[in-house]
Design a protein around this ligand. Structure first.
Ligand SMILES: [Zn+2]
Length: 184
């Protein structure tokens, strides 16, 4: 089977600055960021480009608001005696993996409800219309073996970058082949 190297090397990561901001804004949702790879995929950080920062931020803002509102309501009902004092609080969801797949954002959690499922579905659908690199309007498109969602200028840049890498890889391979030929 002929698997193009691009598939292996074309991993995109969010910048450390944006990653830090999301961790700091939503410490409860990203409570798994320091666990190891046997327990969570959040240890890899955000496996997508900076262009989806706003989408991820909106997912988290909506989810955390939803959980906080549920807990405010539980607290209020306890105060009014409508719920027993030991009634459990609403579960805090945690992200287990955030990544790009088939050109779209994937946001996996350890728990969800209908509202959270809706927020995530909407966000994933928006990601297919948002350039993963710069956040401008974009489209999902395949270049033969890789689907990505980019705007036109970023797609051109991306093509150039990968062509250059492929040429460099070919040159390296040629040098190695020459080494083999001259070896005794
Ligand atoms: Zn772009």
């Amino acid at each position: 089977m002929n698997v193009p190297n691009n598939i292996i090397f074309r991993k995109v990561k969010m910048s450390p600055e944006n990653t830090k901001q999301l961790y700091e804004k939503y410490p409860l949702i990203f409570g798994q960021k320091d666990l190891d790879m046997r327990q969570t995929a959040m240890c890899w950080g955000f496996e997508c480009g900076n262009g989806w920062y706003t989408i991820i931020n909106e997912i988290c803002a909506n989810i955390q608001n939803h959980i906080d509102n549920k807990n405010d309501s539980i607290k209020y009902k306890k105060e009014r005696g409508e719920l027993p004092a030991d009634a459990p609080s609403y579960p805090q969801i945690e992200a287990t993996q955030v990544k790009e797949k088939f050109g779209g954002l994937r946001f996996y959690t350890n728990y969800s409800d209908e509202y959270i499922d809706g927020v995530i579905a909407m966000a994933e659908s928006m990601s297919l219309k948002t350039c993963e690199q710069c956040g401008n309007p974009g489209n999902d498109e395949s270049d033969g073996y890789w689907i990505s969602t980019l705007c036109e200028p970023c797609r051109e840049e991306d093509k150039k970058r990968w062509q250059k890498r492929e040429e460099e890889a070919k040159k390296l391979l040629t040098v190695k082949m020459n080494d083999v030929t001259v070896a005794p």
